[in-house]
Design a protein. Structure first.
Length: 429
């Protein structure tokens, strides 16, 4: 729930105070989309307007949103895309520049930049496809400084999608994706002031492509803890919203996309094994989110005979508010950047089971804030579900430890680093 706090404007640096600064946040997705990428940009936008920056968001197909301290982002109409599709050629091309978005964005940005000739500008690109290309072209035309931020590990995610795809073009698309990343690295090396990545794994990858370590900076995701905590529902209210009876003995929860890299199929398989062993007749698995794997996942629940125990709710706005309904939150991803949903589960004091992958290990410690498992091992996941089902004390300890740890990922801590980067660019153009 994003409402501006005018008192925070005092914290903007002296350099930015003296200059009329406009930050262009550029990305190829939907500003009001459901994914973590969109939410990150909204969180950053909210923080920057509180800091006193002028912010303009250039998003899918060249649409532009002018944001100021009086803008109530939550009250604005949300654009919701239907993501429950098969893996079409379009989806496999997701990590490559979309020509229409690039053209429309360039035209819109050219008009806006010329009308704002008296202001200092910084371009902040939020992907390696359309946004990077637009920022690069604008830098060449107007010498506007830009930084690039990579969300997740796009090449790794694409490889997982390609492996699951039956498209006859998949080898060609994989070659194009890899080659574009090579080109993107060269563009960033030549012109961008800095490349922001979500974790050390992605940083190492770009170092292998020739980008110097001093040009790469790891900045994790963040949320506004105060606002998120304020709007969390109580356990009873969250369960009532989800239609869960108070006597449900155990509820597992997942919030996120239903795509191959999210690996939700292993969660369903492990949950089925848990039900068979524990005879937990009132246990439920709540899956919030949507995506192209939804049909396959529903078929899996029928195959394992657990259809009545698994509920697919589709997209739910501000789904983090329902975290209190879960006894355990599970994040079984094969690849992540710096997952916001993990921070939301930590804030809600949930016991967490998550994949033992680099991006998650950077945020939580196994056995302290979460229990980690090999994302390819359904038996290990099943055993951890049983462990938390049988040990309420451990559930509480993990939840409390997670709540303490998440303080490090408050927007005021993490996004201050980005705000300072803007000021550094203005000091050293």
């Amino acid at each position: 729930m994003m409402q501006a706090h005018a008192t925070d404007k005092k914290s903007i640096c002296e350099v930015c105070k003296k200059q009329n600064v406009t930050i262009y946040l550029i990305f190829g997705g939907e500003f009001f989309g459901f994914g973590g990428w969109s939410k990150y940009v909204r969180e950053l936008t909210h923080y920057l307007i509180r800091k006193g920056f002028n912010v303009k968001v250039l998003y899918r197909f060249g649409r532009i949103l002018i944001v100021n301290s009086g803008t109530n982002i939550i009250e604005m109409k949300k654009s919701i895309c239907d993501s429950n599709k098969a893996y079409t050629l379009y989806m496999l091309l997701h990590h490559l520049p979309n020509p229409l978005t690039v053209i429309f964005s360039m035209i819109r940005l050219l008009i806006d930049v010329k009308s704002e000739s008296c202001t200092q500008k910084i371009l902040h690109a939020h992907d390696l496809s359309c946004s990077l290309l637009v920022a690069f072209c604008m830098h060449k035309l107007f010498r506007i400084p830009f930084i690039v931020q990579v969300h997740g590990f796009p090449l790794k995610e694409q490889r997982i999608k390609i492996e699951k795809s039956d498209s006859i073009f998949k080898k060609y698309i994989w070659f194009l994706t890899w080659y574009w990343h090579f080109i993107a690295a060269k563009l960033m090396l030549r012109c961008s002031f800095l490349v922001i990545v979500n974790n050390d794994e992605v940083k190492s990858f770009f170092e292998s492509l020739g980008i110097p370590p001093d040009k790469l900076k790891v900045i994790h995701s963040a949320i506004d803890l105060k606002i998120h905590e304020e709007f969390l529902l109580s356990q009873n209210d969250a369960k009532q919203y989800l239609g869960l009876a108070e006597n449900h003995e155990f509820t597992l929860g997942y919030i996120g996309g239903l795509r191959p890299e999210k690996n939700v199929n292993i969660l369903i398989k492990s949950f089925a094994a848990f039900l068979k062993i524990q005879k937990a007749t009132r246990a439920k698995l709540i899956i919030i989110g949507d995506g192209p794997d939804r049909v396959l996942l529903k078929k899996a629940t029928t195959h394992y005979g657990i259809k009545d125990h698994v509920h697919f709710l589709g997209h739910v706005p501000d789904a983090y508010r329902l975290m209190s309904a879960f006894d355990v939150f599970v994040l079984p991803s094969l690849s992540e950047g710096s997952p916001i949903v993990l921070l939301e589960a930590m804030l809600a004091r949930r016991a967490i089971i998550a994949s033992d992958i680099p991006a998650i290990r950077e945020i939580v410690e196994n056995g302290k804030e979460a229990l980690l498992f090999n994302p390819h091992d359904d038996e290990q996941l099943k055993d951890l579900i049983i462990k938390l089902y049988s040990n309420p004390k451990l559930k509480r300890e993990l939840g409390e430890n997670a709540r303490k740890k998440v303080e490090q990922y408050d927007a005021s801590v993490i996004f201050e680093k980005i705000s300072q980067l803007y000021c550094d660019i203005l000091k050293n153009p």
